[in-house]
Design a protein around this ligand. Sequence first.
Ligand code: PMV
Length: 352
Amino acid sequence: MHLYPAHEAPADETQRETLGASASAAPVGTGRASGKVILLGEHAVVYGVPALAIGIDRGARATAFEGGSPTSVLEVPAWDVRVAEGDASTDLGRAFTALVAAAREHGACASLARSGSVTVSAYSELPPGGGLGCSAALGVAIARALVPALAATEVADLAMAWERVFHGNPSGIDAAVAAHGGSILFERGNPMQPVPLKGTLTVCLGSTGVPSSTKTMVDGVARLRERKPELVEKSFAGITSLVRNARLALEADDTVGLGKLMDLNQMILSGLFVSTEEIERLCGLAREAGALGAKLTGAGGGGCVVALAADGVSADRIVAAWEAAGFSGFSSTVQATIAAANAAPPAAEASA
Ligand code: PMV
């Protein structure tokens, strides 16, 4: 799996040029969304345990154009994919259909209301199946393009119509982070809580090169829970206290403590059989290169590893160690101010 460098992301105008004749009209709505990195708490979060996550600057964006066909259309030019509303033959078609239906209920953009259809062009900077919330980022970006000026919480709710198609029983953390950005504590069924950061957080994301299915991994944990309920409940109790302490560490800018908690979380995730040889290798390489902590992020079974770095220099060393071993990776920083910037809908949405 290749993690696309940010500069490979086509600008919106380039993106339009690659579209069909249906998209020759002016844009009527735009949206963007963050990729998400779960720092601690994946899998357990599905069962109500809180999780800590951050939004990264790589994400997804979408532009809606005045409809050129009787039904709405979604195009992802970089993947050479095109689906129409009502197309039930693929997950993407079903997800888009569900999202457009939900958007109509929420008071979709004037164009969708007027002509009954739009053409949406979407682009993701995240690898699908990489544990970085690619599907949720796309869902949130498209929801923003379809329904202007929604608050981040409402956008995340809307995008759940899309997420349910891909993930069956999603906790909602991916959509919440994609919509809010920044750093958040997420607990299923409760309003998400922004976690204020005292300093800049530097993380490295390394790809195992193995795509994984969130649904398959979540189902695997559910089966283990049926077979060995005690083991899984104990694991979840352990993760609960790690997440609580990690929140305090984040708020106190104690990155050394946070890194240790991430390492412990990785041990528990291995015990739930969601880690792999490649994940352990990436974690080991990161720690040897000076990472404060490293673990899988997302569903596991492949996908990505997150390593916490003390600073940019350390982050460069970690990514270089991965690359020397044949893996790809990149680093990202999160600042408290990003949360506020992402929570507000982009100006273009508001005016669409
Ligand atoms: O692999 P991702 O990026 O879809 O993350 C999944 C996170 C899980 O906790 C495993 C599932 C969920 O719905 O929260």
